[in-house]
Design a protein around this ligand. Sequence first.
Ligand SMILES: [Ca+2]
Ligand SMILES: [Ca+2]
Length: 182
Amino acid sequence: MANNNLLAGVYAGLTNTYSYLASQYPNGLTLENLTEARTNSSNLGVLNQTFASYLQNNFSAIDDDGDGTITAEEMNNLSNRISTQGLTRAELTQLYASGASGISESTMSKILEHFDEMDTNHDGRITSAEISAYDINCARMEVEDEFNNRRATDMSVFYGDSSSSSADTYSLLSYKYKSNKD
Ligand SMILES: [Ca+2]
Ligand SMILES: [Ca+2]
């Protein structure tokens, strides 16, 4: 999860879907156009239904000036909003289920599992910045865990039965510790 802009795949998907639709409806993309495009069999396998459905369900929110069409500029505003405000758990789940998120399975399941912990401003939305901050925090805790584990191992050795085979005990513990980590 080194990528600082994990939701980039989402903006790209939405923008590409919009561009595809906009090319079919050069007079401006309306809600009716979206509904029609989603059921048009010629778009089958070409139009990403997840992103199209996102545009459909959030139409009035995306149509900033309320004129009934979504312009390229309004799509750009949407990308900026997603970037600064993030996505809800429901939106992420929907994108993940459709395979349209551009985010790997392991990363997405981690995000969904730790959504509430990652959502540090508790607005019900998660941003790339919140995901990155969580990762940095986890990396720090892993280092602390490792330190504590190592201390525990040292203690076992210290209080272990030194009369028999302290060297064997030590190497066994070290081995165990290593295999647990891997
Ligand atoms: Ca508009
Ligand atoms: Ca948040």
